[in-house]
Design a binder for this molecule. Structure first.
Ligand code: 4NP
Length: 175
């Protein structure tokens, strides 16, 4: 790994199928970084706790809602979470508590601090998890998008605060 890669913050979004929620979270987070000219500071990916849809593009309903909001998900292909993800990614962000439980079972004990529930970064929503829209109608995909946008903004703010603390930039006399 070169120096630049070491300094990057690596974020993995995880849901069950990696065709609805986590690819949407990946696309929304990438767009947020693009808008803020921060893309080069991050490595962003998504994965599923299952391999049911491995190699598939995001669900057309997710892609449609993303397009409506100016976000392209067409380049994403579903893949399952792999053991090496736990060492590679700094933030492993689960869409719901079932995903989080599954990740906790597979994650080495020394790395569980890397696991997070996505909606915990948007406490103002008052919900615990992004609901699974797969078996519902288009309204569900709109709602999921709103939840994901709020959680992505909260996650980025959290990471920026954590980086400021670790660099000492938030303390008087820090740099
Ligand atoms: P996701 O949604 O976990 O947000 O990608 C689902 C996709 C597929 C299935 C369930 C949820 N499925 O049962 O195939």
């Amino acid at each position: 790994m070169n120096r630049l890669e070491c300094e990057m913050t690596k974020v993995l979004f995880v849901c069950l199928g990696n065709i609805c929620r986590s690819p949407t979270a990946e696309g929304v987070f990438r767009k947020l970084l693009e808008d803020r000219k921060m893309t080069s500071q991050f490595d962003v990916d998504s994965a599923g706790t299952s391999d049911w849809h491995e190699g598939h593009s995001p669900d057309p309903r997710s892609q449609e809602e993303a397009r409506r909001r100016g976000i392209d998900l067409g380049f994403i292909r579903s893949r399952p979470v792999r053991p090496e993800d736990f060492t590679r990614f700094d933030y492993i962000v689960a869409m719901d508590n079932a995903n989080l439980d599954e990740l906790e079972e597979r994650c080495p004990d020394s790395l569980t601090h890397r696991l997070h529930l996505f909606t915990s970064f948007a406490p103002e929503l008052g919900i615990t998890g992004v609901p699974d829209p797969y078996y519902g109608g288009p309204k569900g995909f709109e709602r999921v998008f709103d939840i994901i946008e709020a959680s992505a903004r909260g996650l980025l703010a959290h990471i920026e605060r954590a980086k400021a603390v670790s660099s000492g930039a938030d303390t008087p006399g820090g740099q």
